[in-house]
Design a protein around this ligand. Structure first.
Ligand code: OAD
Ligand code: ZN
Length: 242
C-alpha cells in the first residue's frame, strides 16, 4: 500500500467550530497566550490555566468531525494513512483515523507538572514519574500525581516546551513516502510555528504533494489548493482514490 502523510493544523478543525490561533489577534479566548499556554503562565496562576483548558476541553467535546476529517479517514480504504497533527483535539480519531500522532499533545490527556523535569533531572528519583492518562473530567487544582505529588496539568505542549516528537523519525517517514510513491498533504496550518515551519520543506522531496489552505502561501513545488479543508480535502481524496 502506498503511504499518505497528512500534516494538519488548526484550519482542519475550523469548520468543526474550533477557532484557529492566528485568526484571533494573538489572543486566545481573550487571554494573552503567555498567560495560558506557557510555563510562565502556569507558574503565575495554575487555576487560570486549568480553567482555560477546561473551556477548551468542553469545546472539543461538543465539536464533531467535519467532512475534512471524514475524508482523511476514507483514504484508509486505499492507502496507509499517517496523520501528523498540531491539533490537540481528537476529531481525527473520532472520524475513524487509526494512526494519529500529536505533536502538541492531547486535550484528553493529563500529566504531572514535573513530567518535563524528569528528563532534565536524570538520576533524581523525586521526579521519576510518567503519568499520562486519559481522563474524562477536566483537571482541578489539587489533582496530584500519585507518585511525586506534583499538580496534574494538561498533556499539551506549551510555547517554549519541546514538541512530543523525534525529528529523525520524520526523516524516515519522508524516505518511506518518497520510495513507495506516496503522497504528502499539508492542511490548515499557517506554518509559522515549529515544527511545521521545518517539516514542510522536508517533504519537498516527495513528488506528489499538496497544500490546502484558504490563505495558502506558495512553498517550493507544492501543488497549492486555495480553499477550505471541508470542501477541498474531500475533492482531493475523491481524486486520489479513483
Ligand atoms: P494557525 O492558527 O497558525 O493557522 C491556521 C491556518 O488555518 C491558517 O493558515 C488559516 O488560513 C487556515 N484555515 C483557516 N480556516 C481554514 C479552513 N476552513 N480550512 C483550511 N484551512 C483553514 O494554526 P496552526 O498552524 O495549527 O501551538 O498553529 C500552529 C501552532 O501554533 C498550534 O498548534 C498552537 C499554536 O499556537 C501550540 O499550542 C504549542
Ligand atoms: Zn509526578
Amino acid at each position: 500500500m502506498r503511504t499518505v502523510v497528512v500534516f494538519s493544523g488548526a484550519g482542519l478543525s475550523a469548520e468543526s467550530g474550533i477557532p484557529t490561533f492566528r485568526d484571533s489577534n494573538g489572543l486566545w479566548e481573550n487571554h494573552k497566550v503567555e498567560d495560558v499556554a506557557h510555563p510562565s503562565g502556569w507558574a503565575k496562576d495554575k487555576n487560570l490555566v486549568l480553567k482555560f483548558y477546561e473551556q477548551r476541553y468542553n469545546a472539543v467535546k461538543k465539536a464533531v468531525p467535519n467532512p475534512a476529517h471524514e475524508a482523511i479517514a476514507k483514504l484508509q480504504e486505499k492507502f496507509n494513512v499517517i496523520n501528523l497533527t498540531q491539533n490537540i483535539d481528537d476529531l481525527l480519531e473520532r472520524a475513524g483515523c487509526n494512526d494519529v500522532r500529536h505533536f502538541h499533545g492531547s486535550i484528553n490527556k493529563r500529566k504531572c507538572e514535573w513530567h518535563q523535569s524528569c528528563s532534565m533531572l536524570q538520576g533524581d528519583t523525586r521526579y521519576i514519574c510518567d503519568v499520562s492518562e486519559t481522563h474524562e473530567v477536566p483537571i482541578k487544582l489539587g489533582d496530584l500525581c500519585p507518585k511525586c505529588g506534583g499538580q496534574m496539568r494538561p498533556d499539551v505542549v506549551w510555547f517554549d516546551e519541546p514538541v512530543a516528537f523525534e525529528f529523525e523519525s520524520i526523516k524516515d517517514l519522508v524516505k518511506e513516502v518518497k520510495y513507495n510513491k506516496g503522497v504528502f498533504i499539508c492542511v490548515g496550518t499557517s506554518a509559522q510555528v515549529h515544527p511545521a515551519a521545518a517539516l514542510i520543506p522536508l517533504f519537498v522531496q516527495v513528488p506528489e504533494k499538496y497544500i490546502i489552505d484558504p490563505n495558502a502561501r506558495r512553498i517550493g513545488n507544492y501543488t497549492m489548493i486555495q480553499g477550505k479543508a471541508g470542501e477541498k480535502l474531500p475533492e482531493l481524496v475523491e481524486k486520489l482514490t479513483k
